[in-house]
Design a protein around this ligand. Structure first.
Ligand SMILES: [Zn+2]
Length: 458
């Protein structure tokens, strides 16, 4: 039985109960597993079988013989609200970004601009095979802004963690108060269910952007509400000021916290994060372009800190994780080769393998955002967040090593089908249930408003 996408169908309608992906290259990302040819059965919102599966009565059968089947990709930190200002900041340093994105554009965002950008970014992510994104939403002037972001994540159809962040005035330090308690309104309302497709976190300013008193207050609020924390640390020179050590002295480090970037943190600080059971997210492409510092990827992984990858801002880089993975591995290998050459040596083997960078985007990315028990691998019982990549296009054919193919050769054009919690959100190369031209038109109108308003500033 094959059910075609129904134009305009809503998310809860026409869901095929069982889907059997037949004969694909299975890249399960289960530690120790190797890619094998096989089948994957989706039953409801979960993975019901992986490997050799007999015919299942009533299941839709999908021919996956020319597909790589892998877990949906995970972006562990992205500021979706900026998506309608796409590529505006590609030639900006980190300093220019703060002066212009925060100093000029940030305060101009209306609730509808937050909604339009967040929706565009969430749709873009799904289209390129990212089934889960941590929306680091740190331009929320009002409860209406937060509601607009939440509604956009809900409407897009992907899995998301809405990380409720600061206002623009707080980012500029014009407002030096603590995080708004409006986050509690969501926690006690729409975000009460930690098993839902969209869940809640807090994106706090952290020691590099606010006082230690505010840090204590912000972490306390997150722990009162029982939501995870995500925080920028170690980016640029402000990352050398011992902020993580200060958090440690105040007893604030914990296993509920994801440390984003980490480039300039000392070894001692990384050890403190590891000892506290903390996790991390790196954005090597943005970090290299803007000046956060050398990639921390290998230093984090060496300490066993669960580390994810992230696009960060689509104002500066493209939003698909294929590009991000290629940059991440090239930067890490490049810096390790360079260090060896500076010692008068050549490396006998590469310092990071393709599989390791795919772990950032899947199994480790899930652990990095606290969802390792639900997503990140193709395993029986996990949520059916699944990606099918076409291998019958010139760029992925013939398939040698499927993992190397995903990391070093694949692109968004290979993303044929995407499932989130068992529901197809993209099929045959097209998003289901999303009116893409309408999403783009809304983002364009928001973009035009923001650019006009910025031009009229002094
Ligand atoms: Zn960020």
């Amino acid at each position: 039985m094959v059910i075609d996408a129904v134009p305009g169908a809503r998310h809860h309608e026409r869901v095929t109960r069982k889907t059997l992906l037949r004969g694909g290259w299975l890249v399960t990302m289960v530690p120790g597993s190797e890619p094998v040819r096989g089948d994957l059965l989706i039953d409801g919102d979960r993975i019901a079988a992986v490997g050799r599966v007999d015919d299942v009565a009533g299941a839709e059968v999908v021919d996956a013989r020319h597909r790589i089947v892998l877990p949906g990709l995970i972006d562990s930190h992205r500021h979706l609200w900026q998506s309608s200002l796409r590529t505006i900041a590609c030639d900006w340093t980190l300093g220019e970004y703060f002066a212009r994105m925060r100093g000029r554009y940030g305060g101009l965002f209306r609730a509808e601009d937050i909604g339009a950008g967040t929706l565009l970014g969430a749709v873009e992510a799904l289209d390129s095979g990212i089934t889960t994104v941590v929306d680091w939403s740190h331009n929320l002037h009002s409860p209406e802004h937060a509601d607009a972001a939440w509604e956009a994540l809900r409407a897009a159809g992907g899995r998301a963690v809405f990380a409720y962040g600061a206002t623009n005035a707080q980012a500029l330090r014009e407002d030096v108060g603590p995080h708004t308690r409006d986050v509690a309104r969501l926690r006690n309302g729409v975000a009460a269910d930690d098993g839902a497709r969209v869940t809640l976190a807090m994106a706090v300013r952290g020691p590099e952007f606010t006082s230690i008193d505010n840090c204590a207050s912000d972490w306390a609020l997150a722990r009162e509400l029982g939501v995870p924390v995500t925080v920028h640390v170690g980016g640029g020179l402000r990352g050398t000021q011992g902020g993580v050590a200060e958090l440690s002295r105040h007893g604030l480090l914990g296993a509920d916290t994801t440390y984003v970037h980490c480039n300039m943190l000392s070894d001692v600080e990384l050890d403190l994060i590891a000892a506290a059971g903390g996790r991390a997210s790196v954005s090597p492409e943005v970090e290299a372009n803007m000046g956060h510092g050398p990639p921390a990827t290998a230093r984090l992984r060496a300490r066993g800190i669960p580390t994810g990858i992230s696009a960060d801002v689509c104002t500066n880089v493209g939003g698909d994780l294929f590009g991000a993975m290629r940059v991440a591995i090239a930067l890490q290998r490049g810096s390790d080769h360079a260090a060896a050459l500076a010692r008068g040596e050549t490396l006998a083997a590469v310092s990071m393998r393709a599989r390791e960078v795919l772990e950032l985007a899947t199994v480790d990315g899930a652990r990095a955002i606290g969802l390792g028990d639900r997503i990140g691998t193709l395993e029986v019982g996990k949520q059916a967040d699944v990606l099918l990549l076409r291998t019958d296009l010139a760029n992925l054919s013939p398939v040698g090593d499927p993992i190397a193919a995903v990391v070093h050769a694949a692109g968004p054009q290979n993303v044929e089908s995407v499932y989130v919690a068992g529901r197809p959100v993209k099929r045959d190369g097209h998003l289901v249930d999303v009116d893409v031209p309408a999403v783009i038109a809304r983002a364009q109108a928001s973009h035009d408003h923001l650019v006009r308003a910025e031009n009229s500033l002094a």
